[in-house]
Design a protein around this ligand. Structure first.
Ligand SMILES: N[C@@H](CCC(=O)N[C@@H](CS)C(=O)NCC(=O)O)C(=O)O
Length: 227
């Protein structure tokens, strides 16, 4: 069975988790502490320490660069999910860069203002240290102060997404593709605390989000059941 190694609120983990759930694929979740990547390090033979990674039998899958999308493409290929139609390759590659950089630069900071609620107590010191070493001392308090501006920035950054949904139920047409799951993951991180809402101005996006929350995609190839 497939195992997803994740940190539950990580945007990139939510992308993979939601693909697996929406396709009805049987999988196990292994939550790892944000501050202790030793299992990921060991399973990837000391080649990777980020999350998510996937374990499928003897195979261990992980990203090779910021835009590799190895995990999603592996699931797409293995279960024939139709998330990467070739004619949309270029558009999807442009969109996921926008979602994972421009949108995520707002969503993760807003989510991190709820860090004491999201991160287990045993991991809070390592979390704080990790954030402050990367973004500077006091960054979490600063983002809490900047919250209104961050929400405004996110609202603006989401305008193109709202516009894409004017004439179709999903970002690139009638069916959800990888980029729908990708944006869903970034927003899933933003919404994780239960204290945030999709900006009210974006009614189409809110409807899309509700649709995506219970979407079913067809796995035309199923994993063989082992006897
Ligand atoms: N491009 C990667 C990004 C993964 C990533 O940035 N993961 C974050 C968690 S949200 C992480 O593990 N950061 C820990 C670190 O870099 O030390 C993907 O799509 O999976």
């Amino acid at each position: 069975m497939i195992t997803l190694l994740q940190v539950p609120y990580s945007p990139y983990c939510i992308v993979q988790r939601h693909i697996l759930e929406s396709a009805g694929i049987r999988f196990r979740i292994l939550n790892i502490p944000n501050g202790d990547r030793s299992l990921v390090w060991r399973l990837t033979k000391e080649r990777y320490y980020q999350v998510p990674i996937l374990r499928d039998g003897k195979s261990v899958l992980f990203e090779t660069d910021d835009n590799s999308q190895i995990l999603a493409k592996y699931l797409d290929d293995k279960f024939q999910l139709g998330l990467f139609p070739p004619e949309k390759d270029g558009l999807q590659a442009i969109l996921w860069r926008y979602f994972e950089n421009d949108i995520e630069s707002f969503t993760f900071k807003i989510n991190d203002t709820n860090w004491r609620q999201n991160v287990p107590k045993s991991d809070q010191l390592r979390f704080l240290r990790h954030k402050e070493r990367k973004f500077g001392r006091g960054c979490l308090d600063l983002w809490a102060e900047e919250r209104p501006a961050l929400i405004e920035g996110l609202t603006q950054a989401l305008v193109p997404c709202e516009q894409m949904l004017v004439s179709s139920p999903y970002l690139l047409g009638k069916a959800p593709l990888f980029v729908d799951f990708d944006l869903f993951g970034m927003l899933g991180n933003f919404l994780y605390s239960g204290q945030e809402k999709i900006p009210a101005a974006h009614t189409r996006l809110a409807a899309w989000h509700a649709r995506m929350s219970s979407v079913k995609i067809t796995a035309t190839k199923r994993e063989k059941l082992r006897s």
